[in-house]
Design a protein around this ligand. Sequence first.
Ligand code: ADP
Ligand code: MG
Length: 452
Amino acid sequence: MTELEQLTRLCQNLGSDPAQAAVMAGQLQKRAGQLVAERGLTREAAMKYLLELVVKGRHGEAPPESLAPVFPMREQLIALFQSAYGRAPDVMVRAPGRIEFIGNHTDYNGGPVLGASIDRQVWVGLARRTDGRRQFVSDTRGEVVAFPSAEIKKVSGAQRWVNYPLGVLAALPAFGLRAPEGFDYGVMSDLPSGAGLSSSAAIELASGLAFLEATDQHPPRQTLVEVGLRAENEFVGVPCGILDQGVSGFGKKGHLVFIDCQGPHFSTVPLPAGAHFWIFNTHTKHALVDGLYAARHQECMDAARTLGVKALVDVTPAALAAAEGKLPVTIFKRAKHVVEEIARVQACVAALQAGDLAAVGKLLVASHHSSRTWFENSTAELDFLVEQLTDAPAVYGARLTGGGFGGAVMALTSEKFGRAQAEAIASAYAKKFGTAPDVLRTQTGDGAMRVA
Ligand code: ADP
Ligand code: MG
């Protein structure tokens, strides 16, 4: 049998139909040839590497761009499912990660926030079982974890990732929805986890949608978002706001998601063409981050109470300036950030509607400066990246993204900003701080959807 025939058969065994398998086998051969030429690997080593990439998938670090998926995620999920359960999934869905675009700590103050759903996703496959067993497998951990369907208890240890789908199963009845009894479940992702892109919301949304589709239930999209949020807040135990699940659920390619957190109400705003995102994840995290978030939350509530409103969304920048003397200095600083950030989100929507990316970029930088000066949730690492990025050509703007006190910086760039510039900034960072940040290029992508 020729190599091509062997590879075609292998791809068929991994669940592809004959035509797809032949195409994939050809791609695999071509990529192996490139690896041999570019990296001096033996053909055997190149093939072994590619096959591992295909069968196991890779999680956490994305494959280098030059090795970008030989097989689409869909095929990788089928391969994972086949190797765990010996059959293909009946239902396949995917849900994207997200970027907090602008609107820093506005959500719990009743304000608006803009997020971007990105082109990296968590994929979930599901096949029903009749024996009431629920089995789970992930590309990050090879082994299958099984539970009887009557048992939904939080898991600790190496398999605690199952708390995400378990949390969703636990949340469904609170919305009048049925959880499927027995099933085989597989999850596969090209979205780095723990990188500030909310892989947790993506796995919740993908799991929720898979469970609903498999049981032929089709509630409004907002319900799916709320199921995911409840799983994260109540089962996993992370007190996040609506941004992560809302953007993963309502995302649309070429758009940003606008969330009015008071409803919440969801809508989309077109992103002018030619906008690209770069994420620099510092992997730094303040040791006291939970306490710091809680303190900021409390300071915002204190500000609202002193100003006689329910939430800071009801205070205008002018009203706050007039009340400056009435507030303790720290409380005033926090309120100034939130109140002006709310105005910046609104200004950003107007700039997007006008197609003015330069104006959008200025608002992003202003948001970062406000975080640094008034909310004091930036760090030397994040400030350094934002400074380097705003000095670089082809960058519209940059800011810390997410809660702050470490984490990641987002840059909005034109297509002229390339890998070489990004790497130069990463090297300058490494020189100063010892380790390089992870650099990821991304674009907008669609929200959670069924794919098969
Ligand atoms: P973030 O949401 O910023 O990526 P979190 O700590 O909130 O970081 O969520 C990451 C967690 O989500 C992981 O530790 C893991 O439990 C779960 N997760 C994400 N992707 C996968 C995956 N492909 N397989 C299994 N679990 C995953
Ligand atoms: Mg998360």
